[in-house]
Design a protein around this ligand. Sequence first.
Ligand code: AMP
Ligand code: MG
Length: 319
Amino acid sequence: MTGSLLLLISAFTNAQWYERSWNAMGTRIHVEVSDESESHANLLFDQVFREFYRLEESMSSYIDTSEVSIVNQNAAEAPVKVSRELIDLIKKSFQVSKISNGAFDITYASVGRYYDYRKNQAPDESQIEANLDAIDYRHVVVDEKASTISFTHPHVYIDLGGIAKGYAVDRAIDILRQGGVISGMVSAGGDTQLIGNKLGKPWIVGIKDPRREEESAVLLPLENTAISTSGDYERYFIQDGVRYHHIISPKTGRSAGEVQSVTILGPDSTTTDALSTTVFVLGVEKGLELVERLPGIDAIIVDQHRKMHYSSELSTPGE
Ligand code: AMP
Ligand code: MG
């Protein structure tokens, strides 16, 4: 006990707190570390910055030259050779599709691509009808040996927006850990991961109130964990009283309407990012049912009546 306390104190003796923020992947990236050297902290920040840039360049469907865009442009005609990294992330997305009966599905974008939230545009009936069949992750064929991806339906379009930020946070956390960081954090919009604690105390992470974003619906003391929130307030417009937002039900091609936000806690950000989107689509009942089946995963859901629902481990008294 005394030994570990001494170690903790000595680890912080000369350490200072450093932070940096920038924009990438359509959101604000924020990194904090405790480090004994400012130049070392800056070196880590530079590495993390480059990693976010690299992943955005390869995984964004808004960048024409990204691997994902090249897949979208060509995979219906012939297999497209891609990086091992993209194959692995797509395979991970399929796992989430399978356990959720397709609530999480990167081919949502076959219809989702017709939404433009900045221009207040949603797909019309005929666009939904013409492309709804293309939403099915089983239309995406991964050939691991050849490292290729092909589509078995002509209208398939993939988008990794529900999982790529979490993946990037995981890679950033790897960089920090390899650089010796024992206390730090990375956040990318709704996806945050914490290394250790903050100056000997738990980090306090706020979950936004979905209808009063400057306010927190709840504050959580956390250490060494990943936490992701998906909300209907992130990218949306309201028309004729209907909220059109960026989380799409693969069954209907329309914005999922049962809840306002979902927060997932878990061991890594790729998982929590994908699951927050998934549980948002599933809603309270089916969403919590899924979370209860997954060890090490917890959820906090705000429903349409602003009522909060917690998975059983979080709602156990004394936890
Ligand atoms: P998040 O904020 O992590 O919930 O991610 C939302 C993003 O996930 C959207 O902007 C889309 O890029 C993507 N997305 C939307 N609906 C789905 C879905 N049903 N399955 C997978 N990804 C989705
Ligand atoms: Mg997500």
